[in-house]
Ligand binder design. Sequence first.
Ligand code: ADP
Ligand code: ZN
Length: 608
Amino acid sequence: MRSSRELALDILQKTYGYGSFRGEQAEIIEEVVSGKNAFVLMPTGGGKSLCYQIPALCRPGVGIVVSPLIALMQDQVDALTQLGIKAAAINSGMTAAAVARTQNQLRAGEIDLLYVAPERLLMDDFLNLLRQSKIALFAIDEAHCVSQWGHDFRPHYTQLAVLAEQFPTVPRIALTATADQPTRKDIVERLGLADGRTFVAGFDRPNIHYSIQPKQNPHKQVLHYIEESHRRDSGIVYCLSRKMVEEMAEWLVSQGLKALPYHAGMATEHRSRNQERFLREDNIVMVATIAFGMGIDKPDVRFVAHMNIPKNIEAYYQETGRAGRDGLPADALMLYGMQDAVMQRDFIEKSGAPEAQKWIERQKLSALLGLCEAASCRRKIILEYFGDTSGPCQNCDTCLSPPPTFDGTIAAQKALSSAYRSGERFGVGYLVDMLLGKSDERMQRMGHDKISTFGIGKEHTKSEWQSIFRQLVALNYLTADSNEFGGLKITPQGHTFLKQRETLRLRKFTGKVKVTRTAQGRREDAFIDEADQELFGILKAARLEVAREQNVPPYVIFHDKTLREMARLKPASLTALAGISGVGEKKMERYGDVFLGAISGFLDKVSG
Ligand code: ADP
Ligand code: ZN
């Protein structure tokens, strides 16, 4: 008899068309196939799906996949169907008749993988149905949703504890890409995984280039960035508000880009149409609020730009993680301004959450601000936040173009005193004016044009002072108090700094927005010669046609990576084609002739 390892490898090669397992995939799969529980932390694009899909195929019965988003389910079902795997989803978007049909298939044991939302899974009727079926495993995807410490808490997820109680013999595998220590603990406790192994792959996404720049002219900065590095790419531009989304999308269109808006305030139909176009067409820029992206599995998103700072480092990593799932070089850009920090702070204070929760959120926000103001490797800071260690990465803005620093001791003392002398009630703008000796009617009325810190900061420009204040907030020497409309207060750390007269190096504000080597440049070095580039374009066109016929997104047919390999190796036979990563048996059967035809047509043309 074949071992479960051999069976799993056979499925990987024949069904998926991949040569070998990555990282700990084989071990995780073996564990679950043998009926044990597991908790898997793996970065986006690391290959989590195979960790539950293959065990579901190896074990008798159906694998139940709990996933928070309906949009993602259909994509996964389409992709599995293309591989010849019997997959289905049950969700609220389906007609009663369609649900009944799927349920019958489930009872009859005709489905290998079934995707459901937790709300559905927890219904009594559905649990009853599951008791009448043979279950191979439960996979809980996006498992961080189970925890209030996580960045996307979903109350229904906490009730998934019933799985352990009601199906004690069915293995459970929980998976997530982002979870800090307290979140991990919660997942293991709530889902009853303490007896299973935890597999932690590093969090690093080495193919993503990180860059964080001060916000100056955000529209132009983003446009410039897209035009310089991502002219022909798909990407996402995140904005904080619906209004900003509308404005930015409109403006990018006026500048000749294929940009579409997406936010929760749009009619559902319009929203899904835009999402559909983003998935199915090439080089669309999606301008969106964070309502967009959860469950977007598009592998070839080449850049993610943030017009505003995100909520915290987890959210940032999750959002930027949507770039480069296919492992090819991708870019993440964030624009950062003090106003955004005040706004995020405001969201926390006005959230109505219990004080303990607010405290957590404040700590998380200040860690994010620290990342923005860092003069050292961005990736190192991010990975350390998640408990990973790393050296400087040579693939972020601060590594590739180290920012100049200066002795900021005196400047910091002046900045803190200006806040102190004016009663810790004023925001950055006011304090900077005061340091520069620019009085207005309000300042005169307050008598602040007479105090000792008035006009003592003329050695720095306005922008320099703004940067200094941002860094002091990031260092947690100053804190923006939302009740006082952004008034800056000195924290206990700030007082200690003043008392102990420590020296402080700060990042120097240069005014120039640095352009570091981005993914585009590297991609073109790494890529194939010009002739192959042409063939790659031909193969993409062939793929688009097949995808339209099948009514699925192009990447469900073949990933860019697979088409690139075809363009480079130019297989002339089905056997040669089968050797290319991502070409499984079913796809070869269905599409082999089309792609071989495109390749031989191209070769005839160039040789003839
Ligand atoms: P995640 O869910 O962790 O974000 P996926 O499961 O979507 O990642 O996998 C990311 C990509 O890597 C997919 O295109 C997947 O088919 C591919 N992949 C996964 N495992 C392997 C492997 N062993 N060999 C080659 N490609 C793989
Ligand atoms: Zn770095």
